[in-house]
Design a protein around this ligand. Sequence first.
Ligand code: MRU
Length: 340
Amino acid sequence: MIDQTRLPNEVVWIECRTTEEVAEAIEALRVRGAPAIGVAAGYALALAALNSSARDRDGWRSDLDRAAARLRQTRPTAVSLFRALDHVLQAADAADSVADGQRRVLAASEALAHQDRRVNEQIGLHGAALIPARAHILTHCNTGALATVEHGTALGIIRTAHRQGKQIHVWVDETRPALQGARLTAWELLAAGIPHTIIVDGLAAFLMRRGEIDLVIVGADRIAANGDVANKVGTYSLAVLARAHGLPFYVAAPLSTVDPQIERGVDIPLEERSPDEVRTIRGIPVAPAASPALNLAFDVTPAELVTAIVTEAGIARAPYNRSLAELAAAAVHEESVSRP
Ligand code: MRU
């Protein structure tokens, strides 16, 4: 994987050979973004499956449980992490020997990666229909190829719209404290040749006031059944601002981001990271080391501020309880029909 903490200054590929190395990479944000975290966790279980020294199936299966428990500790908010682990463990359950299990686990983690590619292309096509022929789009954090396996979700929509010949300009929120916007989204947009401008997070309101933003589009880490959206801290402020300025506020995410177990956004677990990430920028102190700092990595945007949620199965609009459940049911049906 690319070590995202080194971007944009250096493109460094790291090779993870153990579950622990992947767990560390997730915790340190070397790999980040909900879908990418999920796929990395799937492959981390595959590493556990291949590295296990257990000879019998039960011992091997216990090694997988231990590896999954470690991975579940890494980051709490993105539900794709937990879904990926459950998916791969389920594949392991069907095995009748260690060798059979290793094959099944590797195939299950590869399937997660393939599915992410497919889903993002579909999100891109559905979402691009919402983008006018000329648009100034504000986005937050990084939801691109780096945050997924390929293409991206919110940024995937922007890529698709650009590919369709639409005149797109992207306002890129720098996204303090880890600067995923300034470092990663800008790097991706530059590589794709998509016009963009980086702004400090605090400028969004005034640009909206001046009529320089047409719409906001962001990703999601977990969506409650009622449509409340957990995403990178600062997302809620943008939704409030969009409402105040009469602008559409779109969320793009795979249906697997919707957590039907969680009714409302208040119940979504939100990660709190080290205060040092706030007191420093890229390791350089910018605040008194003794001042307390709060580093909540995500916030929750209430569903009533979300204009639409773009998924691979189509576009959901309020009331989300119903529209999200309908899209999920349609997607399951399509999958069962297309499977031989
Ligand atoms: O802390 P991060 O960088 O993992 O947070 C990422 C986000 O908040 C993204 O918007 C979200 O995971 C969707 S990525 C397609």
